[in-house]
Design a protein around this ligand. Structure first.
Ligand SMILES: *Cc1c(COP(=O)(O)O)cnc(C)c1O
Length: 395
């Protein structure tokens, strides 16, 4: 089938929930992908912050191929060696005591919402409301859509599950005002990714935690996009010296193998008992093999330091474009989650970049989002900056 025929068939047989670019990607290696016509692209989307180690990392490929012919799936009716060992690895590197595994970010957040509800209902005298932020993104299931503080995601899906209130991001006073005797938790992204690469002021997350402690309620951090080294530390909250009660992870966990996780302190986790929650596929041996291999590399000595160095280099390049080109309004972000806010719409710029061989994403209509593999090289960053500079200069 030609690429044109394939895309035409896709338009017919795939539900129209995505507006897709006219490209069929066929192969990937490191920070590069190739389409069915053989055209090469520098991939600064990385499957939307998923392929942290780049496409087809040999260690992950080897772990998955070994496991695939040993044992793929057995169900959580039984203990699973890879799951136990991986959970212990995650816990060793985080504030958490226990983990629940699922298959996506939305599912991880759904699990966090259920855990906070159950904890509130049973341990906090029936408190059950969760405060989330305007401009947030927490997923596409009904409860996570309700948790997402953006009307465009609610439209057409009412009635949504009740029990969510929204306050402006990065506004502690508004949060204080909103907490009442029904509130059981505050849910927040350390950096709003989909919402525009919005980095809160220093001290904001610490303020959220202090307020939660004062009120005896839970802090939930959605680190689905920011976690696993994306922002230059294993988890984004480490910059703030703050820990939550509950944290969700997904995107980069399996370097492309679908996987989600919800982590909590033992006190909070103990609100779940056998039967409270479950997932058929969650934490299966194959997913856990991918995750173990991925985390071993991210947690290796010097890896995150390298991410921070590469981030500084890329940030400096973006700032240089900002100084030169008035179309660039602001450069922001942390680690390899970087945003360029424009004084114009970003869609055409993204198209022009793709034509020149650079894939980038957006975060809202005027923000270009860069979430390349964490292993991206200086040469690749130089090339991306060159293409971006040419495209921006021509607009
Ligand atoms: C991507 C994302 C989600 C949703 O994850 P899915 O795997 O698409 O369900 C939730 N929260 C944040 C912060 C995300 O970036």
């Amino acid at each position: 089938m030609t690429t044109q025929e394939l895309m035409a068939l896709g338009e017919r047989v795939i539900m129209g929930t995505y507006r897709r670019f006219p490209v069929v990607l066929a192969r990937g290696e490191g920070s590069r992908v190739w389409d069915t016509e053989g055209k090469e692209y520098l991939d600064f989307v990385g499957g939307i912050a998923v392929c942290a180690l780049g496409h087809c990392h040999p260690a992950v490929a080897e772990a998955v191929s070994r496991q695939v012919s040993l044992l793929c799936h057995v169900s959580n009716l039984y203990h699973i060696e890879n799951q136990i060992l991986y959970a212990a690895m995650l816990i060793k590197r985080s504030f958490a005591d226990q983990v629940f595994f699922c298959n996506s970010g939305a599912e991880a957040n759904e699990a966090a919402i259920k855990l906070a509800r159950k904890y509130g209902n049973e341990r906090l005298g029936g408190r059950h409301e969760i405060i989330t932020m305007k401009g947030s993104f927490h997923g596409r299931t009904l409860a996570t859509v309700a948790a997402t503080g953006q009307e465009k995601f609610h439209k057409g899906f009412q009635p949504l599950p009740a029990g969510f209130r929204y306050v402006p991001f990065n506004d502690l006073d508004a949060l204080k005002e909103a907490v009442n005797d029904k509130t059981c938790a505050v849910m927040v992204e350390p950096i709003q990714a989909e919402g525009g690469v919005n980095v809160p002021d220093g001290g904001y997350l610490a303020g959220v935690r202090a307020l939660c402690d004062e009120q005896g309620i839970l802090m939930i951090l959605d680190e689905v996009q920011t976690g696993m080294g994306r922002t230059g530390t294993m988890f984004a909250h480490e910059y703030e010296g703050v820990t939550p009660h509950i944290m969700t992870l997904a995107k980069a966990l399996g370097n492309g193998f679908p996987l989600g996780a919800m982590l909590a302190t033992s006190d909070v986790a103990s609100a779940f008992e056998p039967g409270s929650h479950a997932s058929t596929f969650g934490g299966n041996p194959l997913a856990m093999a991918a995750a173990r291999a991925t985390l071993e590399i991210i947690a290796a000595e010097g890896f995150l330091e390298g991410v921070r160095e590469r981030s500084s280099y890329f940030l400096e390049g973006l700032r240089e474009l900002q100084r030169r080109l008035p179309v660039v309004k602001e450069v922001r972000g942390r680690g390899m989650l970087l945003g360029v806010e424009l004084n114009a719409e970003g869609a055409e710029i993204i198209d022009r970049c793709r034509e020149k061989g650079l894939l980038i994403a957006s975060a809202g209509p005027r923000v270009l989002r860069f979430v390349p593999p964490l292993i991206v090289t200086r040469g690749e960053m130089d090339r991306a900056l060159e293409i971006l500079g040419e495209v921006l200069a021509a607009t």
